[in-house]
Design a protein around this ligand. Structure first.
Ligand SMILES: Nc1ncnc2c1ncn2[C@@H]1O[C@H](COP(=O)(O)OP(=O)(O)OP(=O)(O)O)[C@@H](O)[C@H]1O
Ligand SMILES: O=C(O)c1ccc[n+]([C@@H]2O[C@H](COP(=O)([O-])O)[C@@H](O)[C@H]2O)c1
Length: 201
């Protein structure tokens, strides 16, 4: 890895992929922790277009998920949001995500951030043997999930503050009329209410 103090080192770009239905503070803490630990210059959040492994449930419209992600990240100058996955037709595969980001940012070294649950299922991802070559992977801890030991040289594991928050739980709370204040950013609470998201479970 390049020396972080070297001014000529390549741009270090974190990639936080997710369905973000809705984005919550667990996602934001994961990105912030990895950015600090790996001295990242920026973390780009990439909402999925059509998450093929979540096709058994109705996923909210991509534009709602995209806008909630923009609202949630707006106050952090080191966070940005990419439309590459929601603007691409068809199922979302990380192979395509990373190729698109590499084409947009050829100078950058990519660090793909994933929670322990997603990392445990990574062997099922499309073209995973090629995906390993496109980025460094950082698996972060998540309550209720064990960080798997993967025998891949470009995978690192990081313990982060435990936030037992999931999008599934946030959706369920809204459907039951319970608050999601402080589980998701304030603007996302207001966006959910404004558009009446998750009122039917
Ligand atoms: N609380 C959390 N702590 C650490 N990582 C998390 C946490 N919540 C989600 N992640 C990670 O963020 C990425 C995107 O997650 P996703 O958008 O699917 O959220 P989710 O809460 O798992 O959603 P759902 O409950 O709908 O499955 C995944 O890599 C996931 O493992
Ligand atoms: O490439 C794949 O086949 C693949 C399968 C499942 C998930 N992913 C990616 O993993 C990230 C988290 O996905 P999810 O479904 O847990 O929100 C997101 O960037 C997805 O595009 C990728």
């Amino acid at each position: 890895m390049a020396d972080p103090k070297d001014k000529n080192r390549p741009l270090r770009l974190g990639v936080m992929g997710g369905t973000f239905d809705p984005i919550h503070n667990g996602h934001l803490v994961a990105a912030s922790e990895v950015a600090a630990e790996y001295d990242l210059d920026e973390v780009v959040f990439v909402p999925t277009g059509q998450p093929w492994q979540k096709s058994t449930r109705d996923v909210s419209a991509a534009e709602h998920r995209y806008l909630m992600t923009v609202i949630a990240t707006a106050s952090n100058p080191g966070f940005t949001v990419s439309r590459v996955d929601i603007d691409r037709e068809g199922a979302t595969y990380t192979h395509d995500t990373l190729l698109d980001l590499r084409a947009e940012r050829p100078e950058a070294e990519l660090f793909f951030i994933t929670g322990a649950d997603a990392l445990s299922r990574i062997a099922s991802w499309k073209d995973i043997d090629q995906v390993w070559d496109l980025a460094h992977f950082v698996g972060v801890s998540r309550p209720g999930h064990v960080l798997p030991e993967l025998h891949q040289e470009n995978v690192s594991l990081l313990e982060i503050p435990a936030l037992a928050i999931s999008s599934t739980d946030c959706r369920g709370r809204v459907a039951q009329g319970k608050p999601v204040w402080y589980l998701v950013p304030d603007g996302v609470v207001q966006y959910i209410a404004k558009y009446g998201l998750y009122t039917e479970s």
